[in-house]
Design a protein around this ligand. Structure first.
Ligand SMILES: [Zn+2]
Length: 427
């Protein structure tokens, strides 16, 4: 007789604890999908999921708790498709290669991940780290050991010798050695396959390549193509064997065209994107991640005497205004655009400044917000669980004071962050 009675009382206990929910009273809701905002909405969160979205402010049942966001706008957690969580560029950046150890990068990354989450970004794609720190960071965040966004990471960047991702670029000759596929340096089809497989072995989710020169690498050209058609195809095809897609850093037209033709998933920066490349991207469904903030930031720093090495300064000064103009043309041409900032060039936590730049360059505000929510989720392949405030989705949501449609700058002051039903910021 004792046994069934115990089982009954336990099941009753489970039933009440499962039923206790959190009701979020949202004054205004931008759900990530609808073309217009709704007002006075109740979002019910049970555990880590959204279980109801209803008009009006629902009264809590016994045991339920209420989060009062009646004077706020609630949105889905934001997603940044281009960050570097182990870095934050400074005047002395190049010195770091010689004085920073793995643990130093790891501890900085913990700080940057927290800042990123507290600014409203619950998902990021990291496109280049140091020492695979983002793999350990991803695990620590998923375990709940440290706060941070859900991370998809490319770990080390792939590049050719002297390319924008060559880790010894600009060093004294006697220190350069000859980095190879394990370090991400590719000079043949064989190297290309090896380096992709190496990233897979280490736990990368994505492959990041530098298809052309870079602004901040200490090299003369920011535009030259750096990989052959054969190398690019080997990278994309090998990545596909392991279920990975490729993100291509590209400023110059020729390297960008080759990368798109080879089948990369995204073009990062895209500075000198011409009409032909735009058409090819539309044909192939290649996504553009503009990183307007990076262009803006390097342009500003280039005005400061001695901030950049002399090889870098003219490239930095030239590129900012061009990216903005390219973004406007790409939007008008109908190239698919996903939100990305290159944070780690600019400061982590400033990510939402990208919205105002997108809107000022001609993208309607709601589209800019969706580029960082439902559109980004679809791009990552996590649209079943992320990117919108709908029943069954993971409870990743944020709040801001004021109406982003009226003033996009309010996105830069996020006051509330919930990730997976857990509150990480509320002030
Ligand atoms: Zn970058």
């Amino acid at each position: 007789m004792k046994k069934p009675a115990f089982a009954l009382s336990l099941s009753l206990l489970l039933a009440t604890s499962v039923d206790a929910a959190t009701l979020i009273h949202a004054g205004r809701l931008i759900d990530g999908i609808s073309p217009n905002a709704a007002t006075q909405v109740t979002i019910t969160v049970d555990g880590d999921k959204i279980t109801a979205v209803e008009r009006g402010f629902t009264k809590p049942a016994k045991g339920d708790s209420v989060i009062d966001l009646r004077d706020k706008t609630v949105l889905p957690g934001l997603m940044d498709m281009h960050v570097h969580l182990t870095a934050e560029y400074s005047k002395d950046d190049r010195l770091n290669d010689f004085i920073m150890n793995e643990a130093d990068y790891a501890l900085k990354a913990v700080k940057y991940a927290k800042r990123t989450l507290e600014s409203g970004f619950t998902v990021v794609r990291d496109l280049g780290d140091a020492f695979n720190v983002t793999i350990a960071l991803r695990k620590a965040i998923n375990r709940g050991d440290v706060p941070g966004p859900l991370i998809f990471t490319a770990t080390k960047i792939l590049s050719s010798t002297g390319g924008a991702g060559d880790p010894t670029n600009g060093w004294a000759y006697h220190l350069q050695d000859d980095p190879g596929p394990v370090e991400g340096v590719v000079n043949s089809v064989e190297d290309a396959r090896k380096t992709v497989r190496q990233r897979y072995k280490e736990g990368a989710d994505w492959i990041k390549i530098t298809a052309t020169g870079g602004v901040l690498s200490v090299a003369k050209s920011g535009q030259n193509p750096e990989l052959t058609d054969e190398e690019l195809r080997a990278i994309v095809d090998t990545a596909a064997d392991y279920g990975m897609r490729v993100a291509a850093h590209a400023h110059g037209t020729e390297g960008m065209q080759r990368a798109v033709a080879a089948g990369v998933a995204s073009i990062e920066h895209g500075t000198y994107m011409d009409d032909e490349v735009m058409n090819l991207m539309k044909q192939k469904g290649t996504v553009y991640v503009p990183t307007l903030m990076a262009g803006e930031w390097v342009g500003e720093q280039a005005k400061i005497e001695g901030f950049f090495p002399e090889l870098v300064r003219p490239k930095a000064a030239a590129i900012g205004p061009v990216i903005k103009e390219t973004f406007a043309r790409a939007y008008r041409a109908g190239v698919p655009i996903v939100f990305g900032t290159d944070s780690g060039v600019s400061a982590h936590g400033d990510n939402a400044q990208e919205f105002a730049l997108m809107v000022h360059a001609g993208m309607p505000t709601m589209e800019a917000l969706q580029a960082a929510t439902s559109v980004a989720a679809r791009f990552l392949g996590i649209e079943e669980t992320h990117g919108s405030i709908e029943i069954g989705k993971q409870a990743d949501l944020i709040a801001v004071s004021g109406d982003p449609i009226e003033n996009i700058k309010v996105m830069e002051r996020v006051t509330f962050v919930m990730k997976g039903g857990e509150i990480f910021k509320d002030h």
